[in-house]
Design a protein around this ligand. Structure first.
Ligand code: PGA
Length: 251
């Protein structure tokens, strides 16, 4: 059956020293405690190797926030999936709305990134979600379906089975405005139906679908209680160990 997962997305926050300290703190908080979910932190590229050397990855998974859409070569400033894997990280967030919006990521580039992540043994945390206008004009189910179909449905069932999905309504990210638990559940059930239509019920039932967007200790339990919400991708609240652990403990 699918896993429950709480993953932090630190975005462009913390220096290496601060990030290592935060990862250590989370690692220590998890040490004497049996979490009812997998716990992951996704950190800037610069931090990954240092964090990998101080955490116990049996307790705390480590991921990058992006990777390149090319294997290697003359792409100044890019970081490949192989480089990410070489740090010891085993996850990578792909297709975050901030990357789609500010860095022009398209379904085509994301298909390349997903393929390279998988080829290098990384587990993609693939983000989807509608903007406010699409929520308000009622096209959100189609928009999210389109992102899944265009970004992922080229995969074999076996490879699709390696993907973690994160539904993040863009209007809820960093705004303090969370989707209601019912809105999240409706969308997560829709996403699972879209997957079942293509890959069958078993693959759909085994796919972890995380919710992201102003998830915090005070609302996590209500969201995670929904049958199709398998955890959270946490931005702001992942930057403080106590808040992040508060969300982990919501399971
Ligand atoms: P937030 O970000 O929790 O700060 O809203 C979530 C995300 O963008 O992954």
């Amino acid at each position: 059956m699918r896993k429950n997962i709480v993953a932090g997305n630190w975005k462009m926050n913390t220096t290496v020293a601060e990030g290592v300290a935060l990862a250590k703190e989370v690692n220590e908080a998890l040490a004497g405690f049996k979490a009812n979910c997998d716990v992951i932190v996704c950190a800037p590229f610069t931090h990954l190797a240092s964090i990998a050397s101080v955490i116990d990855q049996n307790k705390l998974g480590l991921g990058a926030e992006n990777c390149a859409d090319h294997k290697s070569g003359a792409y100044t400033g890019e970081v490949s999936a192989a480089m990410v894997a070489s740090t010891g990280a085993t996850y990578v967030i792909l297709g975050h709305s901030e990357r789609r919006q500010y860095y022009g990521e398209t379904a085509e580039t994301l298909r390349e990134k997903v393929a390279l992540a998988l080829a290098n043994g990384l587990t993609p945390i693939f983000c989807i979600g509608e903007v406010l206008e699409e929520r308000e004009n009622g096209t959100y189910n189609d928009v999210v379906k389109g992102q899944i179909v265009d970004g992922l449905f080229n995969l074999s069932a076996e490879d699709f089975g390696k993907i973690i999905l994160a539904y993040e309504p863009v209007w809820a990210i960093g705004t303090g405005k969370t989707a209601t638990a019912d809105q999240a559940e409706d969308m997560h059930a829709h996403i699972r139906a879209v997957i079942a239509e293509k890959y069958g019920k078993e693959v759909a039932d085994n796919t972890s679908i995380l919710y992201g967007g102003s998830c915090k200790p005070s609302n996590a339990a209500e969201l995670f209680a929904k049958p199709d919400v398998d955890g959270g991708l946490i931005g702001g609240a992942s930057l403080k160990c106590a808040d992040f652990m508060g969300i982990v403990k919501a399971f």
